[in-house]
Design a protein. Structure first.
Length: 441
């Protein structure tokens, strides 16, 4: 009785005072208020238990309640509670070196607090690099339709999802968009057999049309995640990397979702052998969501231009909390666990042995395509397979609600193209047990 009263009170306060992300206000609906988590599961104020099939917002990679991570934060907070990176501190130094090692190159990292900021930082670094490299006209960025790169103005400008930008446009100038390598709904027509290749070649064309001396960078996720789990051929990214190199355009890989094991490799770009990005942005899985942290890692070629003497040659960019000592300590512990528990190999193995059963859903009338890599699956729903008309709001909503009723939280793609929010998304914690994964399936 007491609990019921407390819950009622909480719901009322929530409705009156808490502005939820992406939430369509609904007087009647009660929010799910979590009180406790355990591994891949959480409990709400009604005592109901749910498997988190989307890892919070694709970030809770090691699940709830890893005491070692909490201890790392605690120890850091009592030892050195805050310190700015205008000077230096041990966890940030160690983490930057670790990131360079994991990226299998020589990288220098600027820390921020989120994926959006990591991308904003990448754009500023890219523009300044070209100026200091003698090409001051290179300022434009190319990204793909359906991509999501964050919520702040620059990151939103790289984001090419019409409904997300509606009411906030005009975006920042200098951001161009090209079609994604999306063979199921190829923008080049069904009769083009190798649409991924055509999508890559189009980037070459666009750079030529715009003038290579005006283009600073191409930003992309190795696998479009929130835009509907779009999985190109391995050759696609390799070709994009070649095109970027040819035009002295920086390849910026957004590993905010795909980094740290989500796709069955430490980083998503590593599925395309031989690709070495100029800039890699990270957040989410970097700390498994235990504390906020964003990171922008740049190759030594780029960093070299910031080491040259000159009054304004340094990066004039700062973030009070970026690289917070506790966040860096948490990230280091998170990475240590990922390595010690062979999480990345485990994701690849369990994706193959259990989650791949999701492909069987293709037998259902309303399933147009199932796409998966590691612990990242998208199930594209249609009204009928032939027309590929996207599934209705009602069907999408009813499936998500039915899953929730059975104790499973799943996601769907964001406001990509109006009318096309028809991909169910499954991205469970990388530490999910085999039973958890079977439950999802
Ligand atoms: N990049 C990608 C691919 C994302 O999915 C997101 C968030 O979902 C971001 C960037 C932005 O990250 P954040 O929400 O931490 O700003």
């Amino acid at each position: 009785m007491q609990l019921e009263l407390e819950t009622k009170d909480l719901v009322q306060k929530d409705k009156d005072h808490l502005w939820h992300a992406m939430y369509r206000y609904n007087e009647k609906a009660s929010p799910t208020i979590a009180t406790r988590g355990e591994g891949a599961w959480f409990f709400d104020t009604n005592g109901d238990k749910y498997m988190d099939g989307v890892s919070g917002l694709w970030c809770l990679n090691l699940g709830h309640g890893r005491k070692e991570i909490a201890d790392a934060a605690y120890e850091q907070m009592v030892n050195l509670s805050y310190f700015p990176l205008t000077m230096s501190h041990v966890p940030a130094i160690e983490l930057s070196a670790k990131i360079s090692e994991l990226l299998q190159g020589s990288y220098t990292t600027f820390f921020s607090n989120s994926g959006s900021e990591a991308n904003e930082t990448a754009f500023k670094i890219a523009r300044q690099y070209h100026i200091q490299n003698g090409n001051p006209g290179k300022f434009k960025f190319i990204s793909r339709y359906r991509a999501y790169h964050g919520s702040t103005l620059g990151a939103m400008s790289a984001t090419a999802q019409a409904n997300r930008r509606m009411k906030y446009d005009p975006a920042a100038p200098g951001f161009l968009h090209v079609p994604p390598p999306y063979s199921y709904r190829s923008p080049f027509g069904e009769d083009v057999p190798d649409s991924d290749r055509v999508a890559a070649e189009l980037i070459d064309q666009v750079i030529n049309w715009e003038g290579a001396d005006s283009v600073a960078g191409v930003i992309m996720e190795p696998f479009i995640s929130g835009g509907g789990v779009i999985i190109p051929s391995k050759e696609y990214l390799r070709r994009v990397a070649e095109i970027c190199k040819k035009h002295d355009v920086l390849l910026i890989i957004d590993e905010v979702v795909s980094g740290f094991g989500r796709t069955g490799k430490m980083f998503g770009f590593m599925h395309s052998e031989g690709v070495q990005p100029d800039i890699v942005t990270m957040a989410k899985g970097l700390t498994s969501g235990y504390l906020p942290l964003g990171a922008t890692a740049v190759s030594s070629k780029i960093y070299a231009k910031f080491k040259e003497n000159g009054t304004h040659n340094h990066l004039r960019h700062i973030s009070t909390y970026g690289g917070h000592p506790a966040s860096c300590a948490v990230a280091l512990k998170n990475i240590e666990i990922i390595e010690n528990e062979r999480i990345v190999d485990r994701v690849a193995e369990l994706s193959e042995s259990i989650l791949s059963e999701l492909y069987d859903l293709i037998a259902l009338d309303k399933v147009g395509e199932v796409r998966g890599v590691g612990f990242l699956y998208g199930i594209e729903l249609v009204e009928d397979k032939k027309s590929k008309a996207p599934a209705s709001e009602e069907l999408m909503g009813s499936i998500i609600a039915a899953c929730k009723k059975k104790g499973l939280i799943i996601g769907r793609n964001g406001d990509t193209v109006p009318g096309y929010n028809n991909v169910l998304i499954i991205a469970p914690p990388l530490s999910s047990t085999e039973d958890d994964l079977r439950f999802v399936v």
